[in-house]
Ligand binder design. Structure first.
Ligand code: ATP
Length: 279
């Protein structure tokens, strides 16, 4: 088996533990390069020898049964697991060629470049305006009031929320509906001009209409950002993701172009999962 088998033609899915990449010549469009990544919570190994390349300005979905390590892997990409004392990791996570775990890596700067949106919308207990303007101010991206106003409007427009909130920017973020709050959180994430947005089941707390709005938004956002999303919803992965990785018991079983994976999965476990036979 070629250790750099392509994910584009659907014919070659590398064995678990082997790297997944398009081809070395095309690596300039990589966002993350992950090699031999292992992670333990105390004695419990949650990620096992993961090798995967994640492509810029695409949507990649992470799917798999509960507890298989999707959220843990997502948190490896912006070092959110550092906040959990029992965690130990081995292996390489590179973003744009830089070792994310290098001692000299500035975690605050990393998390600015790799933003995160969670399952439950979590606006700050502040106004809609402040929810967006606060972090860019802290990062010295804006200072003057007019700059802040411009940035808030742009982030809200990009998150598809401007028309709904433009007349109530100084009302609390928590006064919005669940779907609007989630778009506010997306606006907050994009306001600091990240390269990547990680989404951990971003629609699982939302109604079908709000879910469809966020899915449409993901499709637009990928023009500017790399999006990596965890989802339990197979239809959602099929609708929004360019690439899909199937996790099982801490391993990546299969990673491929979404259309290929959903039409002709290479592994029996993937087929069983996407056809709803377990999980
Ligand atoms: N903070 C933690 N401390 C200890 N173990 C954890 C912690 N977070 C996750 N785990 C364990 O790591 C494994 C992977 O969990 P993780 O949440 O990454 O899976 P998941 O695929 O995202 O699950 P789900 O789909 O249910 O959200 C599980 O066995 C889980 O119990």
């Amino acid at each position: 088996m070629n250790s750099h088998a392509t994910v584009m033609n659907g014919q070659q899915t590398p064995a678990v533990g082997q790297p997944y990449t398009r081809n070395e010549a095309a690596c300039h469009d990589l966002s993350f390069r992950v090699r031999d990544l292992n992670l333990w919570y105390g004695k419990n190994q949650a990620l096992k020898n993961l090798n995967i390349d994640l492509f810029q300005k695409n949507v990649t979905a992470l799917i798999g049964p509960s507890g298989c390590g999707k959220s843990t892997f997502l948190r490896c990409l912006n070092r959110m697991n550092d906040l959990i004392p029992s965690v130990r990791t081995e292996g390489l996570v590179e973003m744009d060629g830089l070792d994310v775990n290098a001692p000299k890596m500035d975690e605050v700067a990393l998390r600015r470049r790799v933003g995160m949106v969670f399952q439950k919308p979590n606006p700050f207990p502040k106004s809609i305006f402040e929810n967006i303007a606060y972090a860019p101010r802290m990062h010295d991206l804006v200072s003057r009031k007019a700059e802040q106003e411009e940035l808030v409007e742009k982030a809200l427009r990009d998150a598809g929320l401007w028309n709904e909130v433009k007349d109530k920017l100084h009302e609390p973020g928590t006064s919005l509906s669940g779907g609007q709050q989630q778009r506010l959180c997306i606006a907050r994430a994009i306001a600091v001009q990240p390269d990547v947005i990680l989404m951990d089941e971003p629609t699982s707390a939302l109604d079908p209409i709000s879910t469809a709005t966020i899915e449409d938004l993901m499709d637009k956002l990928k023009e500017k950002f790399t999006i990596i999303t965890v989802t339990h919803n197979m239809q959602q992965a099929a609708r929004v993701a360019d690439y899909t990785a199937f996790f099982h018991l801490g391993e990546i079983i299969e990673y491929n172009d979404t259309k290929v994976m959903f039409s002709t999965p290479a592994q029996k476990k993937t087929e069983d999962y996407i056809s709803g036979r377990y999980g």
